[in-house]
Design a protein around this ligand. Sequence first.
Ligand code: 5EF
Ligand code: ZN
Length: 263
Amino acid sequence: EAKWTYNGPEGEHHWSKHYPFCGGVFQSPIDIQTDLLRFDPHLRPIELHNYNLSANEHLTLGNNGHSVQLSLPSRMFLSGLPHRYSAAQLHFHWGSANTPSGSEHLVNGKRFAAEMHIVHFNSDKYANLSMAVDKSDGLAVLGVLVEVGKFNPAFDQFLKFINGIKYRDQKVKVPGFNVRALLPLRLDEYYRYDGSLTTPPCYPSVLWTLFRSPIQISPKQFLSLASAVYSSHAQESNSVSLNANYRKPQLSDHRVVLVSFKE
Ligand SMILES: NS(=O)(=O)c1c(F)c(F)c(S(=O)(=O)CCO)c(N[C@H]2CCc3ccccc32)c1F
Ligand SMILES: [Zn+2]
């Protein structure tokens, strides 16, 4: 399949040449304008099931050249959404070591230091992520904005292994941990809209839930996320740092962004 990057000749303005959906409708991310939101009283708190993984459950932490990604067991799932959505993977988008500004979604034009996505697939209707990824009701992604501030012990549960995946296609096994601890306290306060994958193939298949409250990680944790990994393979002579792996905000095309809270 075609190569794509976040900058240069294979950067996001060229994605649609090989991935037509990237030039289509319902694209993500977007800039969430809080004065254009519609409060929806039917938006229920997100409920997480089996998110507290035991340490003898092993997860695969990998560098796929586009992001740092952690595989998740499909017995982890969400309820409180139109369907049951089972977990598949979580990954991150960040800026660069000296620019802590790399989130994909913006809130009133503000870009946060980084953003975590937990990708789930509709397990009521589809057997796995690959079957669901291009279906309009296929995916639900939880988005968590990340700020630099307090040390986050939950983040270190996988961050301490990041030097094992410095290069593209490297993978390491990490012990399971409580993934709930990576999320903000308030799972009842979020923005909701219909969007897409933010990477090629950009399928418009994602029910987005972006939590209102950011989580915090320490400056050292941010530095290790933003400067530890390369998008190039280990044997390549000149290594290319993986950073600024965020897509720019897309047109909202008058999409209504719902919100689960009033003030
Ligand atoms: N921001 S996001 O949540 O939209 C998003 C990503 F940002 C991202 F990087 C990936 S990926 O698989 O790590 C690399 C690109 O495929 C995926 N993975 C998706 C995209 C394509 C695909 C195909 C099969 C399984 C998973 C995915 C993704 F859904
Ligand atoms: Zn993502």
